[in-house]
Design a protein around this ligand. Structure first.
Ligand SMILES: [Zn+2]
Length: 63
């Protein structure tokens, strides 16, 4: 499980996760999350973010 933090930053573009539920495979509304393990930023759409949290691929880091 990868610990992530929501940055609250929203923008437009291509989702970097692309699950089956993805709404931004080419272009769409994205939110930026911070990968606490390698310090990178991931641009992900809302359904993919939820899917990763539900599947426990990602875990929200508590402050
Ligand atoms: Zn997506």
């Amino acid at each position: 499980m990868t610990k992530i933090k929501l940055t609250g930053v929203k923008h437009q573009g291509k989702c970097e996760i692309s699950t089956n539920q993805c709404i931004a495979k080419e272009h769409g509304n994205l939110t930026a999350v911070f990968n606490c393990e390698n310090g990178s930023q991931i641009n992900v759409c809302e359904p993919c973010l939820k899917a990763n949290l539900i599947e426990k691929t990602w875990e929200l880091d508590s402050y």
